[in-house]
Design a protein around this ligand. Structure first.
Ligand SMILES: [Zn+2]
Length: 475
């Protein structure tokens, strides 16, 4: 049986977070009231004169620089001729002949290695409106609030070869753009959208297979599933000696498969005569560069070099801006970056995964977590109890001190109090005591466990062991 290699490229659309649209002053803010953020320009009225929003160019350049692209000094706008009612002008203003930027890349960590995924081009364009198809009605409705919202389209090179790599690339794009502050990149809400180009060829072959495009992917999970589905579908066709059709397919989330949407179409473009060229000189680039915040790769390096975090931990924490900002805030309040990163990696991510809560919804503040570390550090509570307190903080947002007080969780460090409990444990477990005396070290562990049980985990973990030994060895 032949084995096949997969080649994947992604076309990603990202909404820029400017306050107004790309060619008019209408608000980009989301509203559920249809057709309220519209004017003659974004409604496509004949004769409406439009100009380019300078802020959109600034954000797009910032995105391009953050993605290591070369920015063109002069680019321009073109009309993508397009006959579909979600665009009232019958063309979409986009960039085709010369795009704003090209030749960028991002780095992903895959299988313990760093891989570079190339970005072919990055260009600006306007978003379309939204068609609403009401069940059983012989017509469709149109909401043009989204028409004219600024987008950048980022076209990767066909450098990915698995669903995992595509997913890592997508997440890296999202992280970089969020760090740069140019988009919130929420795929579920449509501010980040992704189309897949995927082809397969016999292993070792130099010629790329026929490319299939997949659209309508509403989540990272959908992207992964669609790629895995296409890998199976295309390799089955090839194994049976068939040929893969060049086509556009649509991901069907409920059926978990891709469905034929349309055959190959050639898009046609014409120059846009209403808009002046986009000119980005070095001075402007320098100004934008000055406003560039620390990006994820740099932040990861800093965590490794200054905080002494392992590569893997630094990667996980910086792969989400929200998580990383949260972590930084904790470090500002409690100066032990390694302890905090361990806690964040194990306890916090564990609870987030377990409960499905997102980092935005966390109820406690980094400062409160710092207090928890202090309580642990000064011996007020044991590490075991700290986990219990943390869970409570996570559920309620309450202060750790209040939880400790309310639940009576202060660590027992008073030896005389412990001695009494330990005497009881020894009296009640003569067999284990005998086992220990016969040289079974395991029996000691059992007795310590009994003490912890009676103290509900509040005993300072070093003490029961020490006291038990001294009692057992003296009798
Ligand atoms: Zn408008």
């Amino acid at each position: 049986m032949l084995k096949y290699d997969t080649t994947i490229g992604l076309e990603v659309h990202v909404e820029l977070a400017t306050k107004s649209k790309i060619f008019c002053g209408c608000s980009t803010e989301f509203t559920s009231e249809p057709n309220t953020h519209c004017c003659p320009i974004c409604l496509g009225m004949p004769g409406a004169i439009y100009v380019t929003n300078r802020k959109v160019v600034e954000y797009a350049v910032k995105a391009a620089l953050a993605l290591n692209c070369e920015v063109e000094k002069v680019s321009g706008f073109d009309r993508k001729l397009y006959f579909y009612p979600d665009i009232p002008k019958a063309y979409q203003v986009s960039q085709y002949e010369v795009t704003l930027a090209k030749n960028g890349y991002v780095l992903i960590e895959v299988g313990g290695k760093t891989k570079r995924i190339g970005i072919g081009t990055l260009h600006m364009e306007e978003d379309a409106g939204k068609l609403i198809h009401e069940e059983g009605k012989p017509y469709s409705l149109i909401d043009l609030n989204r028409a004219g919202v600024p987008l950048i389209e980022i076209v990767s090179k066909p450098d990915m070869c698995s669903a995992e790599e595509a997913s890592l690339y997508l997440n890296k794009l999202k992280t970089v753009l969020q760090y740069a502050g140019v988009s919130d990149c929420k795929m579920e809400e449509g501010s980040m959208r992704c189309d897949i180009n995927i082809s397969m060829r016999p292993s070792g072959s130099k010629t790329l297979g026929t490319k299939v495009e997949v659209k309508n992917l509403g989540s990272f999970r959908a992207v992964r599933r669609a790629i895995e589905f296409e890998q199976k579908r295309q390799s089955r066709i090839l194994e049976e000696g068939g040929t893969v059709e060049q086509e556009t397919r649509r991901w069907d989330e409920s059926k978990g498969c891709t469905i034929h949407m349309r055959g190959k179409i050639e898009n046609r473009y014409a120059p846009e005569p209403n808009l002046s060229p986009v000119i980005v000189d070095q001075k402007w680039i320098d100004q934008i560069m000055k406003t560039m915040p620390e990006l994820p790769d740099a932040r990861k390096e800093r965590y490794i070099n200054n905080f002494g975090l392992p590569d893997y931990d630094a990667e996980v924490i910086t792969s989400s801006k929200k998580l990383s900002d949260f972590y930084e805030d904790c470090v500002k309040n409690y100066n032990d970056p390694k302890v905090i990163s361990n806690w964040v990696m194990v306890e916090m991510l564990g609870l987030l995964n377990e409960t499905g809560v997102s980092i935005d919804e966390i109820k406690f503040k980094p400062k409160q977590l710092a207090v928890l570390f202090e309580l642990m550090g000064n011996g007020t509570i044991s590490g075991k109890i700290a986990k219990e307190v943390f869970r409570e903080m996570f559920n309620t947002g309450e202060d750790p001190e209040a939880i400790v007080r309310k639940k009576g969780l202060v660590q027992i460090t008073d030896e005389s109090q412990l001695q009494r409990i330990i005497r009881d444990v020894i009296d009640q477990n003569p067999k284990s005591v005998q086992d220990y005396k016969n040289g079974k070290q395991k029996a000691l562990g059992f007795l310590v466990g009994q003490v912890m049980k009676l103290t509900r985990g509040k005993a300072n973990p070093q003490l029961p062991n020490k006291i038990l030994r001294s009692f057992l060895d003296e009798t």
